[in-house]
Design a protein around this ligand. Structure first.
Ligand code: C5P
Length: 411
């Protein structure tokens, strides 16, 4: 999901990928792959072996990547213009050979230079990934397996083929991985360099519903938008995000690792307590109900049998529980929505709940707080430092917060 007003950038934005095609029937899937990589923001250049051009035309690939395709050592034989294979290997952040035939894998191992793609691979300075595609007996042959092992040892990223019907009519392992899966794989590969790579983050978001009877509940007007925007922004920065969501009508943002849907504060507390010990960063954005009815009627109350008063009992403070068990390496951030300027009370929560930072938004500020697509926040840190931001879309606020926490909390 992208929040409608400010969608986040596709994950491969600005990534330069040299896509090499070799002579396998799976080359037809490379058209979809090229389109998928571009849809995700990558800049793609295509190099095809002569064999690949028999399965799919350079014109198809050139049209999809909006750039001429290279398949010969010479661009224009009569004019003596040659293709600079070194340039492509320097230009790319990654060379992806998909499909990679047994022949090209073997050439990569022994340093073959029979065609332009092999020359590009031999002179490449950037990392290389291959998506093998071949018949099952070729794939399982000792020669191919030993070539793949050698390439892996040299740091080539092998995107395993799938199992299923093959062009030969046989069924087994050897089908090139699906274009979407290859693109996902590359996203993860590039995500290794992102600032939050390897960091596990739990985010609570949305309201809780505390049942009164079979159909009614105590709740609040939290939409969950701020927490979901944070989940999206953190995942885009490479974090492994677990979103614990109260009842909201929001789709799970792209790249969020997992989502646990809960309804009551007690359920949210249970979910968080299970997850928190494994996390590096906790963000409590949920508007948790501080109270729940002491008794919940299993039936619907009808006029006449409604109790004259409802006894409320306190819910656990989820965030305080996280603070009480916070480990040395863990960082914890709370949110405080206040009806006045709220600084004193936010400072109190910061200390009492053992937080590293608290994000304060005031109902006094137009456009801040529940339901809006915008927010205006200040962040108070342990030790007295504070940072204030202007009114912005919730996704922009999330991006600001994610960057601020990276530099100040060093999660
Ligand atoms: O004390 P107060 O409810 O104002 O604190 C707000 C912060 O505490 C928010 O980060 C909210 O997610 C968290 N909280 C919680 N469990 C509660 C109440 C609040 O995690 N029962």
């Amino acid at each position: 999901m992208s929040l409608a007003s400010t969608p986040s950038e596709p994950m491969l934005t600005g990534r330069r990928i040299v896509l090499g095609l070799t002579g396998s029937i799976a080359a037809y899937k490379s058209a979809t792959l090229a389109r998928e990589l571009r849809r995700r923001g990558a800049d793609v250049r295509v190099v095809m072996t002569p064999g690949a051009t028999e399965f799919i035309t350079p014109l198809t690939m050139a049209t999809l990547v909006d750039h001429p395709v290279h398949s010969d050592f010479t661009e224009d034989q009569d004019a003596g213009v040659w293709t600079n294979h070194v340039e492509l290997g320097i230009w790319g952040d990654l060379i992806l050979v998909a499909p990679a035939t047994a022949n090209t894998l073997a050439a990569m191992v022994h340093g073959g230079c029979d065609n332009l793609l092999q020359a590009v691979l031999l002179s490449a300075r950037c990392p290389v990934a291959v998506a093998p595609a071949m018949d099952l007996d070729m794939f399982t042959h000792d020669a191919t397996q030993s070539n793949l092992a050698t390439l892996k040892e040299r740091g080539v990223d092998v995107i395993e083929p799938g199992t299923g019907p093959l062009a030969s009519g046989l069924v087994g392992k050897g089908r090139m991985a699906e274009p979407e899966d290859i693109a996902d794989h590359l996203e993860q590969w590039f995500a290794k360099d992102l600032p939050y790579a390897g960091k596990r983050v739990v985010i609570t978001a949305g309201p809780t519903h505390e049942p009164l009877d079979a159909v009614r509940f105590l709740g609040n007007r939290s939409s969950g938008k701020m927490g979901f925007a944070l989940a999206e922004a953190l995942a885009a920065q490479g974090a492994e995000v677990t979103l614990v969501a109260g009842p909201v009508s929001l789709a799970t943002p792209d790249r969020v690792h997992s989502r646990v849907d809960v309804s009551t504060a007690m359920d949210m507390n249970d979910a968080v307590q299970k997850i928190w010990p494994r996390m590096d960063l906790g963000i409590a954005c949920a508007a948790v109900s501080d109270f729940r009815p002491a008794v919940t009627s299993e039936d619907k109350w009808h006029r006449g049998d409604v109790p004259p008063a409802v006894e409320l009992i306190e819910n656990p403070d989820i965030l305080a529980g996280m603070g009480a068990t916070k480990q040395h390496h863990q960082r914890l951030v709370g949110f405080a929505l206040e009806s006045d300027d709220g600084v004193a009370s936010a400072e109190g929560k910061l200390a009492r709940k053992n937080l590293d930072a608290i994000v304060l938004n005031s109902l006094r500020d137009a456009g801040a707080g529940f339901g809006h697509d915008t927010n205006k926040v200040s962040v108070l840190f342990q030790g007295g430092k504070s940072v204030s931001f202007e009114l912005k879309s919730k996704y922009e606020v999330a991006q600001d917060l994610v960057e601020l926490w990276r530099t100040t909390l060093n999660p």
